[in-house]
Design a binder for this molecule. Structure first.
Ligand code: SF4
Length: 447
């Protein structure tokens, strides 16, 4: 009689931000490296891992629901991610889960997997692509350079969930980026809780990449990443003077002229109450300096309206800042209390309707600025990266657009293109967020 042993199969659900997605990719990569199958179906899996988010109340509920669903459909569930770090929340709601870990806990998660679903005897590690298993489309990828955060913003519980800053050695980061570029990734999105702090904990120690010494510091990392000839985009950067060092790399075309700087507010009083990093910097002066060094720089930011203590005058100051700064891309959130955050103890929380009205007003102001800035691009030739091609047309992004959070470039006409292609296009129209264009050439502009 022949026995056919079934390959141990793991179901996987990942919720939350790109940083959580990056943790998920590490776990999936290790699972495949050890020979486990990954299945989209809870019923067909031997156990399910749920990677949770615990940032705001809605995310907590979504995570608890996902765990409940996995328990109902499979019964064997390991929970990891930010919600796992929040005391007994998971065990109180779902006492039957097999194990709970916090975020960034690859070894711990794998330990629980091995305990409940022994790994196959002879794993074929070479079945795993060198770039690992990715949750993003094949042409762009997030590159997490550090974990944790040394700041103490009063609205945020990430330092409590993820611990202090731990930078990855630059050699490891570059080896991962190199594998991604070799595998066809055309855009790398550099992420961390605070990208500008990269290497501070390691005192900018020198590591080696391809036999060459490289300092564990943002500027040196960006220089090295630029050698792959693909788009490199920086997210979650704070306006420290040291960031000025990477702007010339943007001016020279080595990395994208794009900076995602979460300013969150413009009133010094509110920034102080938020305890934001670099809150004492004069932001308008710093932006002016960046534009002087790299006139085409695109600045993206996020803001919170209705933070505890925000008065009409504070909000007016924020609007004035937006009108003067004329940022390219802006997202706004009405303040929502996060369980465990110190801001909950601050007095003067504006009513929910005021918080939301201010958010809408801010977005209205920004929409006009955005429409003006995009209209100025009409008739210019820009470089885009194709994201999607189907029977309805081709959708791409310009250097000014990060995936999922910024605008799109809709392409008209008949031409051959596939996701991951670089095209040169002429902009023919614009609205508040997106551009409309027609292709004029293949490949990168000035490549
Ligand atoms: S910088 Fe502030 S908002 Fe960002 S992770 Fe650190 S504490 Fe949270």
């Amino acid at each position: 009689m022949t026995f056919i042993s079934k390959t141990p199969t793991v179901g996987f659900v990942s919720l939350g931000c790109p940083k959580a997605g990056s943790d998920a990719e590490l776990i999936l990569t290790r699972l495949r490296a050890e020979g486990y199958e990954i299945s989209p179906s809870h019923e067909e899996s031997d156990l399910v891992i749920v990677n949770t988010c615990g940032f705001i109340e809605a995310a907590v509920e979504e995570s608890l629901d996902a765990i409940g669903e996995a328990l109902a459909e499979n019964g064997k569930v390991i929970v990891t991610g930010c919600l796992g770090a929040k005391g007994d929340t998971v065990r109180t709601a779902h006492p039957s889960v097999l194990a709970v870990t916090g975020p960034h806990a690859l070894e711990e998660v794998m330990g629980h997997v091995h305990r409940h679903l022994p790994k196959p005897h002879d794993p074929y590690a070479d079945l795993v692509p060198a770039q690992g298993i990715r949750l993003t489309p094949t042409h762009f990828a997030y590159l997490k350079i550090s974990e944790g955060c040394n700041h103490g913003c009063t609205f945020c519980i990430i330092p409590a969930l993820r611990g202090p800053l731990v930078s990855r050695p630059v050699g490891d980061v570059l080896a991962e980026a190199e594998n991604l570029a070799r595998a066809g990734v055309r855009e790398i999105l550099v992420i961390a809780q605070d990208t500008s702090a990269y290497g501070v904990d390691l005192k900018y120690r020198t590591h080696f990449w391809g036999g060459r010494p490289v300092k564990t510091r943002l500027k040196e990392l960006c220089e090295a990443l630029s050698s792959f000839g693909i788009w490199v985009r920086l997210h979650y950067v704070y306006p420290y003077p040291s960031v000025d060092d990477v702007i010339p790399l943007m001016a020279e075309g080595k990395i994208l002229p794009y900076l995602d700087v979460p300013f969150q507010h413009a009133s010094p009083r509110i920034l102080q109450a938020m305890k934001r990093p670099a809150s004492a910097e004069n932001m308008l002066e710093r932006i002016a300096k960046w534009r002087e060094i790299c006139p085409e720089i695109v600045i993206r930011s996020t803001f919170i309206t209705g933070f505890p203590g925000e008065t009409d005058a504070d909000f007016e100051q924020l609007i004035q800042f937006l009108e003067e700064a004329r940022l390219d891309r802006v997202g706004a959130f009405a303040y929502s209390p996060v369980d465990g955050a110190r801001a909950n103890d601050l007095p003067g929380l504006p009513p929910e309707t005021v918080r939301e009205d201010r958010r809408r007003w801010l977005m209205q102001v920004q929409e006009d600025i955005s429409a003006d800035k995009l209209a100025a691009k009409i008739d210019s030739v820009i470089e885009v990266l194709v994201d999607e091609v189907d029977e309805e047309g081709t959708i791409a992004r310009s250097q000014a657009d990060a995936p999922e959070i910024d605008g799109l470039v809709y392409l008209d006409g008949h031409f051959a293109a596939a996701p991951g292609d670089f095209l040169q296009v002429r902009v023919v129209d614009a609205d508040h967020h997106d551009l409309y264009a027609e292709p004029v050439g293949q490949g990168r502009v000035n490549a």
